[in-house]
Write a protein that binds this ligand. Structure first.
Ligand code: AMP
Ligand code: MG
Length: 464
């Protein structure tokens, strides 16, 4: 099927978006095309080319969405400053936004240049690819197109466009924008989002309260999955929180190696607001801002808004139950009980700072890793205790990845491309991340954590 669009967002009030035109590019070059995603979208790769996927041949006028957001706690009116939705593509009853990132300035660009560097685009491509294969709900990347231009950041780099696919790009911050800038549209907009993402609520009494509950649940599922695989998003501003629980905006993100709940890699997150262990409280805080944006829907019923607030009060209980169930699966525990040993294990993990990913593989099959941390009496004791109630290999194999996008491997692959124009390392890494639970050579270099020194100095950046 060729790409075709049915863009319902344009039926909403014009305050919610702007019509835009992608920048002109003489020779767009397709660097990567995600063939698995083409299949999932019912698209034939022969029908896609770099001119279509860089917005040089348009099927209709693209849009940039307006939104707001709390950035590191401060409310700001934003919008797609370097992203443009080409249109909504429908396949097998599902609707997808096809969006370009790095396609030039929009009315929301503020002081930004609207561009993206090729390394940031490749980085987002590989993270989203890994997350999809790790079974974490995520935006996906359809293609990387080089623009032929150069982009000035910390260094000068070739420019590129990422073609990103999501169920929608509607975020908590879109609601914040509508509530503050177009409050008269809030009800229609909320109905639109319910119909698009939670249609089973369409005709329900009290649907706005239930909608909040569903968004909360899907966001909790997402963050618990992040904790399962050791993912740190890095910039959980409310404008980066999807209404459908899809992970997106892979900017300063990273994976935890040596277990540390305070782990932060982002250059701008000086206080650890978005550290690995803070993702739960920050999600709750973000949901509080989302709840406030829905408040005007309840003008006639303060009782209903109190019900919504009561849902937020259930956050801790729901999150903790899901986290607990996830951690028990990681430890292969199928029955009830065993709280003490789970807690003992988590304490050991905090103290030993063992590699998060490899520890579960070592528990499953002792002797995989030649690391003294696993020879300690404490670790052996935990493993013996777990053997009585857990370590179910079948459950563990499905829950614990063998391969994650190790930060140093990604950097090596990106440098290889930037310095030599050689994409083979990057492609090799993509190939490993195609099957992150697959059992390959246990001594695979792709399983090695970086040196502690590399890990402690590793820094990631926003808006690259
Ligand atoms: P992010 O931190 O990627 O979520 O971006 C926050 C806001 O900054 C969004 O409104 C982006 O569209 C905008 N932005 C980031 N980088 C650029 C850029 N190079 N040009 C224009 N806007 C940008
Ligand atoms: Mg963003």
């Amino acid at each position: 099927m060729p790409l075709s669009f049915d863009t319902t967002y344009k039926d909403l009030d014009s305050k919610l978006y702007s019509g835009v035109k992608p920048k002109d590019i003489d020779n767009p070059e397709m660097l990567l095309l995600n063939e698995e995603l083409c299949d999932d979208l019912g698209l034939h790769k022969e029908d896609l080319n770099s001119r279509i996927l860089s917005g040089q041949e348009l099927l209709e006028e693209p849009i940039a969405q307006a939104y707001a957001g709390h950035q590191f706690g401060r409310y700001t009116v934003l919008g797609d400053g370097r992203a443009m939705i080409l249109g909504e593509h429908v396949h097998d009853g599902s609707r997808y936004d096809i969006q370009l990132k790095g396609s030039g300035r929009t009315p929301y660009s503020r002081r930004g240049d609207g561009n993206a560097t090729v390394s940031s685009v490749l980085r987002e491509y590989i993270y989203s690819y890994a997350m999809q294969n790790l079974s974490v709900k995520t935006s996906r990347s359809l293609a990387v197109i080089e623009t032929g231009g150069s982009v000035r950041r910390r260094r000068i780099e070739p420019g590129a466009i990422l073609v990103r696919v999501m169920r929608s790009h509607i975020r908590y911050g879109t609601f914040q924008y509508v509530a503050s800038q177009a409050p008269e549209e809030l009800e229609e907009f909320t109905d639109y989002v319910i119909d698009r993402h939670y249609p089973h609520l369409n005709d329900k009494d009290g649907k706005y309260v239930d909608f909040f509950g569903e968004v909360m649940r899907s966001s909790i599922d997402m963050v618990v999955d992040w904790m399962r695989v050791g993912f740190i998003h890095g910039v959980m501003n409310t404008d980066n929180m999807s209404i459908d629980g899809e992970t997106f905006d892979y900017g300063p993100c990273a994976f935890v190696n040596y277990y540390d709940e305070d782990a932060v890699f982002s250059s701008v997150d000086k206080r650890g607001r978005y550290s690995f262990g803070n993702q739960k409280p920050i999600l709750k805080w973000n949901l509080g801002r989302f709840a406030e944006s829905l408040n005007p829907l309840f003008q006639e019923s303060s009782h209903a808004f109190a019900e919504l607030e009561a849902k937020l009060d259930d956050f801790e209980e729901i999150f903790d139950a899901k986290y607990d169930s996830m951690m028990r699966k990681k430890l292969g525990i199928k029955s009830d009980g065993g709280e003490e040993i789970v807690n003992e294990f988590l304490d050991w993990l905090r103290e030993s700072r063992a590699d998060y990913t490899n520890t579960f593989l070592e528990l499953e099959t002792p002797g995989c890793f030649d690391d003294p941390v696993y020879s300690s009496e404490d670790f052996k004791h935990i493993r013996n205790e777990l053997a009585g109630i857990g370590l179910d290999k079948k459950v563990m194999k499905k829950t614990n990845p063998r391969y994650i996008p190790r930060n140093y491997l990604i950097e090596e692959a990106l440098n290889e491309y930037l310095e030599k124009g050689d994409l083979s390392k990057f492609e090799e890494l993509l190939n490993v991340l195609k099957d992150p639970y697959g059992s390959k050579d246990p001594n695979s270099q792709f399983q090695q954590p970086p040196s502690e020194e590399f890990d402690s100095e590793y820094t990631t950046y926003c808006n690259t």
